[in-house]
Design a binder for this molecule. Structure first.
Ligand SMILES: [Zn+2]
Length: 362
């Protein structure tokens, strides 16, 4: 009697385990949180964002805010970009590269289309990566100026900019987006103050003047600037979360950003230009594994670049490639995602891919 009862119990448990496993197996992992680098603008677009599983988005107007809330998304203000009167200084060689890529030498009277054609050609010729990691370490210089991260005036003006953003934020937003905080040449700034402070840094730490030590110095400057601006946001709005995309890349150490105090640390694991999938996997694993190495509040968020338009110097990413990348990030353990261009996420072909891997109804 007792034995048959035990046998029955065993059978029931076995059935439960098998059922549980098959339920689990039929539900592949999906992204739980999808940060969109777009705006909740217009009823139809915002509904589509919600359908593909967007959970976090920027809002500029009260109408955007109302739509984001209506569709259950967390709204943010921004975007904060560094400002200040003292731009970074780059080498002559880097300046020549930049001037060529941005067509400084071109006749101003050139018809618009002609000019665009030449600029497209030059960007392709030089392997311009729009602030992403260059192929084989080739020189890449951003086409716009960014302020030096070692200037009191630039710090003061950046804080003033944050004041402005916070003052204009729609009441109820939960945080702020940061962008564009990096080096014009992806390495460092060679203004007088930076060079002087670099020398003092070597003396203070008893280091030799090597490229590796230069990289350490410029990484520290960058991290200090980020942390000062994050601290400033928290001082004014302790309730705010800060989300950042780390761009342009810091070429000597592309995944340095866990050193910053940010809440949502958007580090690129798949750029607009297609990266090999093993690189996507390795970067994702690194971003997740080391997310709290320096700051316990910080969450590593895999960032994916997406351009849905063909024929541009910024690479087009076909939906099939996007799907492969999302599968790779999921397999590497990623459950959150930050995507730019936000508006491309709901275009036909891409909408379906995000819906498949991010929608809560899946
Ligand atoms: Zn400088």
């Amino acid at each position: 009697m007792r034995r048959s009862f035990l046998r029955m119990l065993f059978l029931v448990m076995a059935v439960l385990i098998v059922c549980g496993c098959s339920t689990f197996a039929s539900k592949p992992p999906r992204f739980q949180r999808l940060y969109c680098w777009g705006i909740a603008r217009g009823e139809e677009n915002t509904r589509k964002f919600a359908e593909i599983g967007v959970t976090d988005i920027r809002v500029i107007t009260q109408k955007d805010y109302d739509l984001a809330v209506k569709y259950g998304m967390t709204p943010y203000c921004g975007t904060f970009l560094p400002v200040g009167p003292y731009p970074q200084v780059i080498t002559k060689e880097e300046a020549a590269y930049r001037d060529y890529v941005k067509g400084k030498d071109l006749d101003k009277a050139l018809p618009k289309e002609e000019r665009a054609k030449i600029l497209l050609q030059r960007k392709l010729e030089k392997g311009y990566r729009y602030g992403g990691e260059p192929d084989n370490g080739a020189m890449n210089v951003m086409t716009f100026d960014t302020p030096c991260f070692n200037s009191d005036e630039n710090y003061a003006m950046s804080k003033k900019k944050i004041d402005e953003i916070l003052a204009n934020a729609i009441p109820g937003v939960k945080g702020i987006y940061f962008d564009g905080i990096g080096y014009t040449n992806l390495h460092g700034c060679y203004c007088e103050k930076c060079l002087r402070d670099y020398k003092a840094f070597l003396e203070r730490n008893k280091l030799d003047d090597t490229q590796a030590n230069k990289d350490l110095f410029y990484r520290e400057l960058l991290v200090n600037y980020f942390n000062a601006m994050i601290d400033y946001v928290k001082e004014k709005r302790p309730d705010f979360k800060v989300l950042a995309h780390y761009w342009p890349t810091f070429q000597p150490d592309p995944l340095f950003a866990n050193r910053t105090k940010v809440d949502y640390c958007g580090q690129t694991v798949a750029w607009y230009f297609q990266w090999p999938l093993d690189k996507v996997a390795n970067y994702t694993k690194y971003v997740l594994k080391h997310e709290k190495k320096y700051h316990s509040n910080s969450e590593g968020i895999p960032f994916v670049g997406l351009n849905a338009k063909q024929g541009e110097a910024l690479a087009y990413k076909p939906p099939e490639q996007l799907e492969r990348e999302l599968q790779t990030i999921l397999a590497a353990g990623g459950r959150t995602l930050l995507v730019c261009n936000g508006h491309d996420m709901i275009k036909p072909g891409f909408y379906e891919v995000f819906k498949k891997y991010c929608s809560p109804s899946n």
